[in-house]
Design a protein around this ligand. Structure first.
Ligand SMILES: [Zn+2]
Length: 496
């Protein structure tokens, strides 16, 4: 292998919108969507004399994320003014945290290529979101202040990420943890999860190089592609003996390329100072312990438990634990008496397939619908097409030999359509598995009579054709034959 020419050093700053009922410093609703500028008041419009009041729920959610990532929760943190002028920010400053953040020194662990990776977190702090500019096609720009004052946490990693793939995995698992905690819906398209990337290159052994920033990365794919482009660009400059300028690049998702924007501000350009309208934020031990008690089992631990307790392959455990609601559903099926492996099979194949095909047929109108109806509980709900108890009943019918596997799949489709019990459907569709020797023997005899070539090859030693015969019997019986018994009869008739 060739020596590494450059080492890549990547740090991520992730902004996550918290799903509180109201905004972080006023009582306006914090939900997405809604008539432009309808969810505003003097505080979030920055009118003179209006004073912020801190939302306790937002602090609790930030503490929860801090605890989930092993951060130290500061007993006292301080809000600070970050001054900048931009039309999306009516106060001309954003209330954020600067040198005394709420959470410090954490770590996020995730799996990449079968190994556990850990990325250290520098800090997690609480701040307010800005409004949204809408650039009208007919010229001019409009501003919607509904988003102004929606609570954000900013999660800042240390520059420990070494590749585009690792950056993307880090972000996927950060999103997963946020959703497990139920504090951010992680919707990158709607901007409730946003990611800025810092990148620098260095020759091995040399000090850190000048870093550049990429903003506007609105999907996991954009994060990977943007980083890859920027690595190539910086390597090109360095190879030709040039110097890296400190710039901000914007990711253009339409053209899939980076646009270099402006030289980056330094922290001192923001003239941070402690926010005079808010007291320091004191968090006592009781508050922290209360939030610790509210921590759910986190994805990585849950995956490990699924592998060990249910004896599932790593892949299956990963799929089933991708969402907390899905993992809960799976465990409800198992606790209703289903064999864990069979339950995994049915949930991953039938349930997830059904959800996927349902989402596809809903089509392009789905996001708009969601915007109107969006509410906190909606964002995290796992809507199973079939109740867990009912799926367990179906699995019991299959594993007990009452119905065949293929009849089970047919009944499943009918359960989704009618919400009837599997037993009712089995009777209605007459799908009880046939295990009677007389009927099975007739089907097998018919198949043998219709397949002289296969019979000759089977008798000539090609016994793998057993599956073919059983398949034909299943077809002839409309899925009702007991495949195991049918196989035994085929053997007996062809070999006896
Ligand atoms: Zn307001």
């Amino acid at each position: 292998m060739a020596a590494v020419e450059f080492e890549t050093v990547i740090g991520l700053e992730v902004h996550a919108q918290l799903v509180t009922k109201s905004k972080v410093f006023c009582s306006c609703p914090a939900v997405y969507g809604g008539e432009p500028n309808a969810q505003t008041c003097p505080v979030c419009l920055g009118l003179p004399g209006a004073l912020p009041v801190l939302n306790e729920e937002a602090v609790s959610m930030a503490i929860l994320m801090g605890l989930a990532t092993g951060c130290r929760i500061a007993p006292r943190s301080v809000f600070a003014r970050k001054n900048y002028f931009y039309p999306d920010c009516p106060k001309n400053y954003q209330i954020s945290m600067y040198d005394k953040p709420l959470c410090e020194e954490g770590r996020l662990e995730f799996e990449l290529d079968g190994e556990i990776h850990g990325v250290a977190l520098e800090r997690i702090h609480l701040e307010e979101d800005a409004g949204k500019l809408i650039h009208a096609e007919e010229g001019g720009s409009l501003v919607d202040f509904n988003r102004c004052g929606v609570p954000l946490i900013e999660i800042v990693s240390k520059p420990e990420i070494r590749s585009p793939e690792e950056a993307s995995r880090y972000l996927v698992s950060l999103r997963q943890v946020l959703r497990y905690l139920g504090i951010c819906d992680g919707n990158m398209e709607e901007g409730s999860l946003r990611c800025d990337v810092n990148i620098s290159l260095r020759r091995p052994g040399e000090p850190l190089g000048t870093k550049t920033e990429i903003k506007n990365l609105n999907s996991f794919k954009a994060v990977e592609m943007g980083i890859r482009f920027e690595i190539e660009r910086q390597a090109g400059v360095l190879r030709s003996g040039g110097r890296i300028e400190q710039v901000t690049n914007l990711w253009d998702s339409g053209q899939k390329k980076l646009l270099t924007m402006r030289s980056k501000e330094y922290a001192h350009d923001y003239r941070y100072f402690p926010e005079p309208d808010l007291l320091p934020l004191d968090v006592d031990g009781a508050w922290i312990e209360k939030m610790r008690g509210a921590l759910p089992e986190l994805p990585l631990a849950r995956e490990k438990r699924f592998r060990e307790k249910y004896n599932l392959p790593a892949y299956d455990a990963g799929v089933l634990c991708a969402e907390r609601g899905l993992a809960d559903y799976y465990e409800t099926v198992v606790s209703a008496g289903s064999d864990p492996k069979l339950a995994a099979h049915w949930v991953m194949r039938e349930i997830l397939e059904e959800i996927k095909s349902g989402a596809e047929s809903e089509g392009a109108s789905a996001p708009a619908m969601r915007a109107v109806e969006s509410s906190v509980s909606d964002a995290f709900a796992f809507r199973a097409p079939v109740a867990a108890g009912r799926l367990a009943e179906l699995i019991a019918l299959v594993s007990g030999g009452v119905i065949s596997n293929s009849a089970g799949r047919e009944i499943f489709k009918e359960m989704v359509r009618t919400a009837e019990s599997p037993d009712t459907i089995r009777e209605k569709l007459n799908l009880t598995q046939v295990s009677g020797a007389k009927e099975l023997e007739q089907w097998v005899a018919d198949v043998i009579a219709e397949s002289p070539d296969e019979v000759a090859r089977y008798r000539g030693g090609k016994t793998q054709l057993l599956g073919f015969f059983v398949g034909q019997v299943m077809k002839k019986s409309a899925g009702k034959a007991n495949p195991k018994l049918a196989g035994e009869i085929v053997k007996k008739m062809l070999e006896g």
